[in-house]
Ligand binder design. Structure first.
Ligand code: PLP
Length: 395
């Protein structure tokens, strides 16, 4: 067998979303796509904004020499400048183009951060429920992930984080708005986390980095805002992309910014840029860099997701689920009426409703519902959710 033992194990570990995807494909073939309620995939379905279509058509006409050539591995300086100007407002401090690296999506960004920071055996804290891929990204670069729980409403649990810190801890990844639970961490809790990391770094004689993965920053509901990370902690790195806020996940365009006063900044930026090159990304796609530079104040119509959030929350409330209402992103993470989330997800499947068990996100007893599906699909799923809850109660 050509495949490494490690990849065989990884394939098994990553099987929840894949399994639901395969089940969904089978069900759609058997019953028709219209009668399956597929909440399993976080594929943003709001269309890219009209400004994107206008700008890409203009830019693609440019035939100047070099527009498709290699470039600095960190990306076009003027594109970084445009993003840095917008981020300076969000992060409430001046960020320069030299603080940034253009990346192949947030996933590419997280991988280059791990490559730049980790020595074998270094630990990275991830907070449950977490984005499933973090564990793989950390392992890709020799690190070890350590899971820390959040509280009942998925807020930061600072004593639990403190207890998990050691001289092996190199970084903590936070994700807000969160996939899979839609939580946004408050400014106060981020400031408290910053203080905690500062004291711990001092006490342990190390530097612990805060990595904020925030591709959903602009997808927020009910007037919530995502606070600045840089004002909370100096040794921080923000990683983001246009996959969700411009609905361009297939185009693989993202970026990262380091805090303007981060420790050993020149060395860190050199390492990040080199990692972009030697991991084989080389640089973020040229055409997309030129396009997104023009779209800094543009976002998908978030009211689409806000309406869906309202509908799914009312469906879940009516069926008797306990859940924390999402403040952003397009996921909700209710408790399952059975402690065995896999078993409850199977009951939903009998109703042709596809969700992903919480165990896949490090939080059993829950399930993830991705509500980036049409409103009528959400509304029509209501009876199925109720029947599955009734069945669970009668077991
Ligand atoms: C929390 C989180 N981080 C990172 C990513 C990866 O995003 P990208 O497509 O920009 O690589 C995703 C994608 O779903 C995500 O949900």
């Amino acid at each position: 067998m050509a495949v490494s033992d490690k990849m065989k194990i990884f394939a098994e570990k990553s099987s929840w979303i894949r399994k639901m995807f395969e089940e969904g494909a089978k069900m759609k073939a058997a019953h028709g796509a219209g009668s399956v309620f597929d909440f399993s995939l976080g594929n943003p379905d709001a269309p890219p904004p009209p400004e994107f279509n206008r700008v890409i058509q203009q830019i693609v006409r440019d035939t100047s020499p070099g527009v498709h050539a290699y470039m600095p591995n960190g990306g076009y300086p003027w594109v970084r400048e445009a993003i840095a100007a917008r981020m300076s407002i969000e992060q409430e401090m001046t960020i320069g183009q030299g603080d940034m690296v253009m990346t192949c999506g947030a996933a590419g960004g997280l991988n280059i951060v791990m490559k730049a920071l980790l020595d074998p055996g270094d630990e990275v804290l991830i907070l449950a429920p977490y984005f499933v891929e973090y564990g793989f990204y950390i392992d890709n670069h020799g690190g070890v992930s350590r899971t820390v729980a959040t509280d009942d409403e998925f807020n930061l649990d600072l004593p639990a984080i403190e207890a998990a810190l050691s001289d092996k801890t190199k970084a903590i990844i936070i994700n807000s708005p969160n996939n899979p639970c839609g939580q946004i961490y408050s400014q106060e809790s981020l400031a408290a986390l910053g203080k905690l990391l500062e004291h711990a770094s001092e006490k342990l004689g190390t530097t612990i980095y805060m990595i904020s993965d925030e591709p959903y920053r602009k997808i927020v509901f009910d007037g919530y805002e995502v606070p600045s990370i840089f004002t909370a902690y100096t040794n921080s790195i923000v990683v983001s992309s246009y996959s969700k806020d411009l609905s361009l996940p297939g185009e693989r365009i993202g970026y990262l910014a380091v805090h303007p006063e981060i420790e050993d900044k020149p060395q860190l930026l050199n390492a990040l840029t080199l990692a972009n090159r030697i991991l084989g990304f080389v640089n973020a796609p040229a055409l997309m860099q030129r396009v997104v530079a023009e779209l800094q104040d543009v976002c998908v119509d978030t009211s689409i997701y806000a309406r869906r959030k309202e509908i799914i929350c009312s469906v879940l409330r009516d069926a008797g689920f306990t859940f924390t209402e999402p403040k952003g992103a397009f996921y909700v993470f209710p408790k399952t009426p059975l402690a065995d989330d896999v078993k409850f997800v199977a009951l939903l499947q009998e109703e042709k409703i596809l969700t992903v068990p919480g165990i896949g996100f490090g939080s059993p007893g829950h399930m993830r519902i991705a509500f980036c599906v049409p409103e009528d699909v959400i509304a029509r799923s209501a009876e199925g959710f109720k029947r599955a809850v009734d069945k669970a109660h009668s077991l």
